[in-house]
Design a protein around this ligand. Structure first.
Ligand SMILES: [Cu+2]
Length: 122
């Protein structure tokens, strides 16, 4: 029994290491939780595919890096999520936004190129 528990714990910690090395992340910092809906935004050179997005409360926004370049999803003046940075194609970042509001964000290295976006939750 003890050995089994230890093996399960080891398997769980190894899964955590594998998950973190893929540089994909989910954050759920606001509101009562998700409604099961997911909307995807592609990170391109040098724009977000849906720069003005309106969603319902509890929707999960998933950014996916479709490039091999360094980008960030940096909150602009709010703390609905913590900055995420990506360097690899296929990496994803999910934020479940439970609270109504306006959530602007930008890509740190490409902000001056207009790589910005806004999510409206209403
Ligand atoms: Cu960028």
């Amino acid at each position: 029994m003890k050995t089994y528990a230890r093996r399960a714990a080891l398997a769980l910690s190894m899964a955590a290491v594998i998950a973190s090395s893929a540089c994909s992340e989910h954050q759920d910092l606001t509101g009562p939780g998700g409604n099961g809906e997911v909307v995807e935004i592609e990170i391109r050179n040098f724009e977000f595919s849906q720069p003005d997005l309106t969603i319902e409360p509890g929707t999960t926004v998933r950014w996916i890096n479709t490039t091999s370049n360094f980008h960030t999803v940096t909150p602009d003046g709010h703390s609905a999520w913590n900055q995420w940075q990506t360097t690899g194609m296929g990496e994803t970042f999910e934020v479940t936004l439970g609270d109504a509001g306006i959530y602007p964000y930008y890509c740190l290295p490409h902000r001056a190129l207009g790589m910005t976006g806004t999510i409206t939750v209403e």
